[in-house]
Design a protein. Structure first.
Length: 133
């Protein structure tokens, strides 16, 4: 898909997905690792906004997308003048950042094809199942 933002670019926007799917990828060490997906109703770029730094991954449009990008400067000004909304939004993105750090703490492992008929990954109550059958 089309590249939206690259890891290391200055996080100048927080982007809301109005329609479509965005792939979150890490292209380090000559391999592309899919970290996850964001779909309609979600946002990305919030980690860079929170830390006032760079984007933490590559973001690619998986399908045709409608995105709404709000500049970090505009969002900062809005949150500073709307205290209750600002505190809630900041709390929510801090929580998302904490979960992002927890997920990235664990190393990515490549299972042998056919070695397992079913794998279940459990992270603090949320489970994701994979099957090679």
């Amino acid at each position: 898909g089309e590249n939206v933002y690259e890891k290391g670019d200055l996080a100048s926007d927080v982007t809301f997905i109005m329609l479509g799917v965005i792939g979150i990828m890490d292209t380090g060490n000559e391999k592309t690792v899919i970290k996850g997906y964001c779909s309609q109703g979600n946002l990305f770029g919030d980690t860079g906004f929170l830390k006032r730094s760079t984007y933490v991954a590559d973001y690619h449009a998986v399908h045709s997308c409608n995105l709404l990008s709000i500049s970090s400067q505009f969002l900062s000004n809005y949150l500073a003048t709307n205290i209750e909304s600002g505190l809630k939004f900041t709390y929510d993105i801090e929580d998302r950042y904490r979960k992002f750090r927890e997920i990235n703490y664990y190393p990515t492992k490549q299972p042998r094809i056919g070695a397992l008929s079913h794998v279940t990954v459990v992270l603090k109550g949320a489970s994701i199942s994979y099957s090679d059958a």
